[in-house]
Write a protein that binds this ligand. Sequence first.
Ligand SMILES: [Zn+2]
Length: 278
Amino acid sequence: MSQNKLLLIILDGVPYANWRRLFGNLEGWVEAGEARVWRMRSVLPSTSASCYASIHTGLLPQVHRIWDNADIRRLEFPDIFSEATKAGLKTGAVTHSYWSEFFNRAPFDVVRDIEYDEPGGPITHGRFHTMKGYGHDNQMTPADYDLFGTLTRLAEVKGIDYGILHTCTLDSMGHRFYHDCEAMDHACFAMDATLAPFVDRWRRAGYEVIVTADHGQDARGHHGGTGPDQRDFAFYYFGPAEGPAPEVVLDQLALAPTILGRLGVPVPATMTAAPFLR
Ligand SMILES: [Zn+2]
């Protein structure tokens, strides 16, 4: 089992077609042979909180029982953070506060939990935001540039072995503007251009990098249900591991054991999907 450092970038709610059409830097790395891309399919429901819980535990919503974006609780299952810190690795999170509640403690106390450094983990270095006040016309998302900068601080100053960054900017844009419009073209273009220099910097620092989503969105900006528009998104991988054939549709439940495998951390018995990067 190899031991590597890895950063997982989750751009919330970006459907497969938007990735492949609008993210010119990511696609440029694929075309240049420096990254690989697959289609990944979310669990059902294709609802954000349900997907977050599945991404990090490798369990179906029918098992972890996160049915929607309400009733957030501390999950009682092994996840990437818990297993990585158990193995002596340092973890970092720059995400919505739901991730802190699921994988560290709930409810979220904004003064106690907005940022913390806790050597015992499971999240060694956490930097969170709540999006409190979020609504259709009021995104309340931080600047993605700032989030990328914060993750880079955790990598370069704190020396994290595993880090996750999650941002809702494009999910909020999709709910507000839908997808066949200039506003979304520009939002994806801007995200790709903002992200690219950081991907380059993380790669130069020796990290494997994954850029992906939690679910897609359909033409009316909806998700939660079925069908490729709501469920499917692109999965970009920067690193030396071998993966499946390009046409294979990846299972979101396989992401957690795949990441633990890349980190050189034993996979817990609860994560039963087969890793797809080796
Ligand atoms: Zn989402």
